[in-house]
Design a protein around this ligand. Sequence first.
Ligand code: GDP
Ligand code: GDP
Length: 453
Amino acid sequence: MAELDVMPEALPVVVIAGRPNVGKSTLFNRLVGRRQAIVSDQPGVTRDRKEGEALLRGRLVRLIDTAGLEEAAPDTLFGRMRASSEHAVAAADLVLFCIDARAGVTPADKHFAAWLRRQNKPVLLVANKAEGAAATAEALEAYALGLGTPLALSAEHGEGVAHLMSEIADRLPDTAPAPRHDAEEDERPAGPLRIAIIGRPNAGKSTLLNRLLGEERMITGPEPGLTRDAVAVTFDDGHGPIQVVDTAGMRKRARVEESLERMSVSASIEALKMAEVVVLALDATLGVHEQDLQIARLIEREGRACVLALNKWDAVEDRAATRRAISDRIETSLAQMRGIEVVTFSALTGAGVDKLLPAIRRVYGIWNSRVTTGELNRWFEEALERHPPPLVEGKRLKLRYMTQVKARPPTFLLFGTRAEQVPESYKRYLVNGLRETFHLPGIPIRLQLRGTR
Ligand code: GDP
Ligand code: GDP
């Protein structure tokens, strides 16, 4: 959120989320302590949000309490929780997800936990109201939320709060890289690998989907997808379940109501949101159109892994030249797609379609990859030597170290004095270096900058 991005000092942001009455405000006050809670009085989204600074083991953080926001939206309890936390969680460096250990895990907690896991943010699970070892069993039950080990504490009585403070400090981005909890933070959501086939009208998406479903064992489908006109189908290719979302209904509706081109982009956005890997389908006989690039940019912006599918290969005459022309166009237009996985096939005849799922699994693996902090910083030092950071306002930027904060897609955090002033060109240099050195072709890489003093 903009108002968080421009905060002075760029403090790490810690967000307290959870159902009403689990004790979020109590915990907020406990953590903020005597430091004055700042209640934002800006109109709009921030109106009711309580923010304050908390000093945790010598580190200042910006703490955001989402309590009270649930009232704003109607809908289900989970809907309200989600609506009230969405913006705050998007800006968070760490989320404290609170549950009431006495009440145990409720369905709304489960829904919220599932949603939270998909946000790819570090989460600490807090089981509150557990004073005097009360409710230990309930707290342990919270393991099942898949958000790591629950921290049992009592915000009201102060028990376990010091321990929580340490746990928070350990997870803050600009401490020295803390020991990793990969399994906890990056565990892929349970269930099938989710893909979407998107592209311009007539690229052959429906034909491809039918072909895939014809050849693989269908598990479920069609079942309702995320949006009114999307359906999801799950099949198994022998290496595990794959779910495809199909927005064919939306495309059909577009034919009557709205510009086909515009509508196919909005259908793509819907499909993209639920997918881990996106198959960008092109009619290879037509080459690359501006709208294909537009869709590719969306894929990049949403941080999804992508396979470039060149369909109608049966109708292509000069195959070598066509393949080169198309991948050149994509790669020169989108720097992040350099090295993208390209598959050529004919959905109509079936020739070559068998290459698609293995390619999807390959890019999925890359999208999930992790680089250790040691390897990363050995490379980083060399990269700095080869090309020292530029001067900004007459002074050289001091860049200190890098750490990978998450996967899916690989996201790196760079610390240094005035790091936030690193120019785009230098960021590109680093991102390209990361891509080559750590073998991350064709997937979006995120580089975040964090100034230190
Ligand atoms: P919020 O809606 O999540 O912000 O919850 P509040 O902070 O307003 O707390 C809801 C109720 O739970 C209040 O009556 C608190 O006094 C109570 N509460 C908060 N923390 C604890 C705790 O650690 N133990 C017990 N027993 N009650 C607590
Ligand atoms: P969608 O709008 O992207 O879902 O595209 P469709 O699957 O409806 O296909 C559009 C048209 O392209 C149909 O006439 C298909 O028969 C044709 N088509 C699809 N795949 C191929 C292919 O591999 N080769 C050729 N020659 N035609 C194809």
